[in-house]
Design a protein around this ligand. Structure first.
Ligand SMILES: NC(=O)c1ccc[n+]([C@@H]2O[C@H](COP(=O)([O-])OP(=O)(O)OC[C@H]3O[C@@H](n4cnc5c(N)ncnc54)[C@H](O)[C@@H]3O)[C@@H](O)[C@H]2O)c1
Length: 263
């Protein structure tokens, strides 16, 4: 991980969904290094506990909540738990996501379509909904805002990607969700999105080869920076969006992909 000197998130409480692995774990660790206490959420409890250990080692408080972001009752209970135990939530990162099986859309099953939409779009909406209801009622502790929401979309939400059509459609949905929530929750909560490119994480079975093969299938252009991304490449942007440095930004979906997508 690159060195940095600032501690921009002191005193904040951040919930990062899907933080038992990959980008969510990298964001959680970076937030902890910048002074935040972390709620680690995942359906994979083993991964979540590993992330929690990393945060404890950094001397920050951590709470692990196993919840499926696509299930309303589980999300509501998770947010309740955070407020009951820690009294507030300053940053929500909607990171939990799945790619779905690689089929062209005319061969896609209804079950697989629903599975992808439920996690990627409905999950981000449900977490935002139950978190924002509470955030809007909490005092402004850090500058002008009551809370910050950061959605992890994808460059597949900017330009269509074949063979993971449901995923691509879902990520266009996350970009739209970001814009709608930004308008509806203004001026008290900012909502921005990050669009990663091709990063070696659990979604690609942690294999560079799988990423490169997938890029061929997706007819992806070359990466201008000349290498695949890592989970750590995304974390500094997530820290900026969680800090007061970005308070005047809302409704934006920013690519961080080594130079693949320009929109
Ligand atoms: N890796 C990339 O190249 C890339 C590119 C663009 C966008 N993204 C997005 O980044 C986010 C993180 O993915 P990653 O690459 O770190 O992959 P990952 O598979 O390593 O991490 C995703 C995590 O989300 C968890 N999760 C899945 N469904 C869940 C649910 N219903 N409720 C709670 N947790 C759930 C998984 O258990 C896993 O720990 C995803 O939204 C993904 O779409 C990744």
């Amino acid at each position: 991980m690159k060195e940095f000197s600032e501690q921009r998130l002191g005193g904040r409480i951040a919930l990062v969904t899907g933080s038992g692995s990959g980008i969510g774990r990298a964001i959680s660790v970076r937030y902890a290094k910048e002074g935040a206490d972390i709620v680690v959420n995942d359906v994979n409890l083993e991964g979540a506990n590993e992330t929690a250990k990393m945060i404890e080692k950094l001397g920050r408080k951590v709470m692990v909540v196993r919840a499926d972001v696509g299930k309303s009752a589980e999300v509501e209970a998770m947010i309740e738990k955070v407020y009951n135990k820690w009294g507030r939530l300053d940053i929500l990162v909607n990171n939990a996501g799945i790619s779905g099986l690689p089929y062209i859309l005319i061969e896609q099953t209804e079950e697989e379509w629903d599975r992808v939409m439920n996690t990627n779009v409905k999950g981000a909406w449900l977490c935002s909904k139950f978190a924002a209801i509470r955030m809007l009622k909490q005092e402004k502790k850090f500058g002008e805002l009551r809370g910050k929401i950061i959605n992890i979309a994808s460059i597949a939400g900017k330009t269509a990607v074949p063979h993971i059509g449901a995923y691509s459609v879902s990520k266009f949905g996350v970009v739209a969700l970001t814009q709608v929530l930004a308008k509806e929750l203004a001026p008290d909560i900012t909502v921005n999105a990050i669009c990663p490119g091709f990063h070696v994480t659990g979604i690609y079975l942690n294999s560079e080869e799988v990423v490169r093969e997938s890029m061929k299938t997706f007819k992806a252009p070359e990466i201008l920076r000349g290498r695949l991304g890592t989970a750590d490449d995304v974390a500094p942007l997530a820290a900026f969006l969680a800090s007061t440095d970005s308070d005047y930004m809302t409704g934006q979906s920013i690519n961080i992909d080594g130079g693949v997508e320009f929109h």
